[in-house]
Design a protein around this ligand. Sequence first.
Ligand code: SF4
Length: 253
Amino acid sequence: MLAEALLEWYGREARDLPWRRTRDPYAILVSEVMLQQTQVARVVPRWEAWLERWPTPEALAAAPIAEVLGAWVGLGYNRRALRLREACVAVADGGWPEDLRTLPGIGPYTAAAVGAFAFGRDELPVDTNVRRVLERTGFVPSATPPELGQALMELGAMVCRAREAACSACPVASSCASAGAVVIAPRGRAGDGVRRERFEDSNRWVRGRVVEALAAGGELPEGIELERLERAIEGLIRDGLVRRGTDGLSLPM
Ligand code: SF4
């Protein structure tokens, strides 16, 4: 009952996202890795540009690492770009494995997403949206056709959101254990004793600026304390994302 209502709603209301129009495992893998850190609206043009530049796993496998890192700027965690390329090296060498989790950097969620959306397997990729919808509704799917996973994700992203459950407009409200009864904890506020770091103050932000600057072939970013800059650079070198040579810092080739 819930599954039927959900699928009917999904067929009617789903956003037209470009990676939903393909069964190409590489294209779907790229979308999943990009979406781990970045909002859908920002991913769409980046995904399209990426596939235009590297349309196949073989093309990405053959790309210089520095170019891959340069193209990833702004998409978060640069290690993901490296792992994506490593996965493509493995695919270019040996094809898509039966167990996708054997590919570098591919965890259970991404493996299930590619398995379901590209290979049509009966697997349910459980991301935070899907987990929340399952918990709130009490729904336990008896079968998991690929479209059901997409529909659960869409409901979690558009209707049954973490901080706003739009139960009055929800297509599955009549079968949902939590309809009208979702309790959303108030956000913390200044003075509640919980320290929150601005993104610009984080090491991740500094690392991103360093990679961005090196990808552009320019100088290191200005206006960042030397100590923070050095800490970020040391971390990038440790992670294999930056090299220190006799002529200074560079992205790996
Ligand atoms: S009825 Fe409310 S709690 Fe249940 S799935 Fe819909 S939005 Fe979420």
